[in-house]
Design a protein around this ligand. Structure first.
Ligand code: LAN
Length: 654
């Protein structure tokens, strides 16, 4: 095994993949409910793609179709979903696939064999309503009037996790106006196919809470049933306030468009906001025309398996921050020279610098927005929503590279990043994703999505907390007593300790799963000065060692997240092995043989060109949906191997 050669080759690969602007653009597909929503919009607005792109889109659906004919919630699902099967069926037909095409036949057979399209999860029914393929009477009302509630009201939507809030906002407008595409022969044919001729005689009110077994990850609680009933009652009284409520929704929608340069926080509200503008007719035309081409460029990705829709406009800041840290770890280990890395890191630094957010959005509080200045986003400045851990990783990189390149990031902006991180800390000591926690966790009982877990409130997470603690530790080294950081760090450490599970592991929420969470937890605890002999560290180490495979690797199956227990993957996984190896090294693990075996496995796994092979998706959100972080395999092995080399060639820390 030659680690130095492995790192040299990996650096060559990273430099080939780096874009001119300094970042690493990559495939961020995976979720299967996104593309059909965009196809529906393209159909309704008469902007279906040309023949070549249509073929690429159909290739993607074909590649993702499961052996039983269904389409899963994400591209590697181990079971079918009524939500995504129904929407994908409709999308494929709207793209011109004939009903008697074998793929369509198998998909429709699965739909009928598993309870039928009436059981599609709520977001599926909603999308069908826009196409006139489901009756608005058959969904639980989404009251726009909720947006008129005073800010202090517990049910004010401003308290929701920003992603849920921004999806339910255009949904409320579209529901409130009952916006529906005009009927045509293809839509009539689809109604026949989906409901086997029963459409006209269905009792729609009775379908509101019907959900297929396949889509019932979060079945309605008694509380949700109560709220749904209340909404049905309130909908009947809505007349007086409706106009004002719709105006308020539209105002917020347009503010979001403007603040994100029409990218919107995510793919779902990007499509739904355009639906809103389309249905506004002449008044919304300009908004629609700006959004449409923007969306195409930002969210569609032609990948190895076809043309797909990404889960975010891109993942570039996040990837750049990790690539920087991996490469600088290689330098510290003496495996990469400053000459080797100069060009790659120089470009990456420019990307980092040019994508820090410099301003708060206009009238932030009025639009439920936290301050933004000094933060880093997940993708780029144009998108504009700063995130806790992206800001933390960005700050870590800015400090690590400070002074090495021309045009450095001004110190006031580094201060702003620190202040922003501090402003986000929750009362429980942890950090959530985008905002300080705003709603009680009891709101989770009202999650109406059925297929996603934990979408209602932004609560503290191990990963976000770890990144913020690590960044604050670095900020303390750099800025001394300019900030009072001891207490925030200590509270973060306490939060992380409280998350440890009886088996010693930490559960991750944004990647699969226990290797990821445990890597973050150990990293923060050790960075904050917790001893390697601390029982929390010892227990985490034995958890990880207990999961190492015969061949030296680690592998957790994607279903681990939805089941919330360890499930073995099929084959060693480079990203997961890297997290485990790095975690063990940082923890000061003394089992040198285990570490060596992991390092050997990683080196052997590398290809001639310096890349690691494509592997099962490891990104995840809301427990159930996997998403592809295609660059993880390119830099995490570098980082872990560098750290391992570093400790094997120097004296261990206390
Ligand atoms: C992301 C992408 C980035 C990710 C990290 C920064 C990596 C994480 O540490 C915190 C959570 C966050 C910000 C995250 C949350 C959920 C997102 C936004 C996504 C996985 C990208 C797509 C996903 C979004 C919710 C998809 C749309 C689906 C809905 C249920 C609204």
């Amino acid at each position: 095994m030659n680690v130095e050669q492995t790192l040299q080759r990996a650096l060559g690969n990273l430099s080939r993949l780096q874009a001119e602007r300094g970042s690493w653009p990559s495939d961020y597909g995976g979720p299967m409910f996104l593309l059909p929503m965009w196809v529906a919009l393209a159909y309704v607005s008469k902007r279906l793609p040309d023949a070549q792109r249509t073929a690429r889109l159909l290739t993607y659906f074909t590649n993702v179709q499961r052996p039983d004919g269904s389409i899963g919630l994400h591209a590697e699902s181990t079971s079918g979903s009524m939500f995504t099967s129904t929407l994908s069926y409709v999308a494929m037909r709207l793209l011109g696939l004939p009903a008697d095409d074998a793929r369509a036949v198998r998909l429709l057979e699965w739909i009928h064999g598993n309870g039928g399209a009436l059981g599609a999860a709520s977001w599926g029914k909603f999308t069908l309503c826009l196409l006139g393929l489901y009756d608005w009477k058959g969904i639980v009302p989404l009251l726009p009037e909720l947006w008129l509630l005073p800010a202090e009201a517990p049910l004010n939507p401003g308290r929701l996790w920003c992603h849920a809030r921004m999806v339910y906002l255009p949904m409320a407008w579209l529901y409130g106006t009952r916006s529906t595409a005009p009927d045509d022969p293809l839509l009539r044919a689809l109604r026949l196919e989906l409901y086997q001729g029963r459409y006209a005689e269905l009792n729609w009110e009775a379908q509101r809470e019907v959900v297929a077994k396949a889509d019932s990850y979060r079945p309605a609680t008694a509380a949700l049933k109560g709220v749904n009933l209340a909404q049905v009652g309130l909908e009947k009284l809505s007349g007086l306030l409706r106009k004002r409520a719709l105006e308020e929704c539209l105002k917020l929608i347009r503010h979001e468009d403007a603040a994100t340069h029409d990218l919107d926080i995510g793919p779902v509200n990007a499509v739904l906001n355009m639906f809103v503008h389309f249905f506004r007719g002449a008044e919304g035309r300009a908004d629609f025309e700006r959004g449409w081409p923007k969306f195409d460029k930002a969210y569609l990705w032609d990948g190895h398996d076809g043309l797909k829709m990404q889960g975010y406009n891109n993942a570039e800041l996040w990837d750049t921050a990790f690539a920087i840290q991996a490469i600088t770890a290689g330098e510290r280990a003496g495996l990469l020279s400053l000459d080797d890395t100069k060009s790659v890191l120089g470009k990456a630094y420019v990307f980092l610098r040019d994508n820090q957010i410099l301003e708060d959005v206009p009238e932030a509080a009025r639009h439920y927005r936290h301050p933004s200045r000094g933060g880093w986003p997940f993708s780029d400045r144009e998108h504009g929503w700063p995130i806790t851990d992206c800001t933390a990783e960005g700050l870590k990189c800015a400090l690590a590279l400070e002074g090495r390149f021309e045009k450095r990031i001004p110190e006031v902006l580094l201060h702003d990043a620190v202040k922003l991180i501090l402003s986000w800390q929750n009362d429980d000591g942890g950090w959530a994703t985008y905002e300080k926690q705003r709603g009680g966790t009891w709101l989770e009982a009202l999650n109406p999505s059925q297929v996603f877990g934990d979408i209602m409130v932004d609560t503290s997470f191990v990963e976000c907390t770890s990144a913020c603690v690590q960044a604050l530790v670095k900020a303390r080294e750099r800025f001394g007593s300019t900030f009072q950081l001891d207490e925030p760090i200590a509270r973060g450490v306490k939060f992380i300790r409280e998350q440890q599970r009886p088996d010693g592991s930490f559960e991750g929420s944004w990647a699969v799963c226990f290797t990821y969470g445990t890597w973050f937890a150990i990293s923060a605890l050790r960075a904050a000065g917790v001893s390697r002999n601390d029982p929390a560290i010892r227990r985490a180490v034995s958890f990880l060692l207990g999961k190492q495979r015969q061949d030296g690797s680690w592998s957790e199956h994607g279903d681990t997240c939805r089941e919330r227990r360890w499930l073995d993957g099929h084959e060693g996984h480079a990203a997961q092995t890297s997290w485990a190896l790095s975690a063990l090294v940082r923890a000061g693990c003394e089992d040198k043989a285990a570490l060596e075996k992991a390092a050997q496995w990683l080196c052997a796994r590398q290809g001639e060109d310096g890349s690691w092979p494509r592997e099962p998706m490891v990104g995840v959100f809301n427990r159930t949906c996997l998403i592809n972080y295609d660059c993880y395999r390119h830099y995490f092995p570098v980082w872990a191997l560098a750290e391992w080399t570093h400790v094997t060639t120097s004296v261990a820390s206390p």
